[in-house]
Write a protein that binds this ligand. Structure first.
Ligand SMILES: [Zn+2]
Ligand SMILES: [Zn+2]
Length: 127
């Protein structure tokens, strides 16, 4: 009986079961817990088995990775926004032509004391 059950298993699975002692019990546990569980609303295929997200584990991990990537993108965008806002606030008047511009910060995070706008700086060269 047991032999014919094993024969129906994919070969790869049988090999893994031989190598990993705890795997069979874990798979049996998974098979049991999927019984009577509602289906995951995200994929509609696997049972809900991640209590905090209400999705199956696969969808939960996918969504967590996605949420992480979105959080990173959001933080990067927020940093960029703060940079631009701070730069827009630092408006100063060019000593050469009197035009208002937003100075960049030097490597020490300070406005260069030359206070020359980009176009005047271009005209005088890099000196
Ligand atoms: Zn799912
Ligand atoms: Zn200027």
């Amino acid at each position: 009986m047991r032999g014919s059950d094993d024969a129906r298993m994919p070969r790869k699975l049988r090999q893994r079961l031989d190598r990993e002692p705890g795997l069979k019990a874990e798979l049996e546990e998974r098979a049991r817990e999927s019984d009577g569980q509602p289906l995951c609303p995200a994929c509609g295929v696997r049972p809900v088995n991640h209590s905090r997200t209400g999705f199956c584990r696969t969808c939960s991990y996918r969504r967590l990775s996605q949420a992480y990537a979105e959080r990173e993108a959001e933080e990067e965008a927020a940093r960029e926004y703060r940079r631009l806002k701070a730069r827009a606030k630092r408006r100063t008047t060019c000593r050469e032509c009197g035009v208002e511009y937003s100075p960049r910060l030097n490597s020490e995070g300070r406005v260069s004391d030359r206070q020359v706008c980009p176009s005047c700086r271009e005209e005088e060269g890099d000196g």
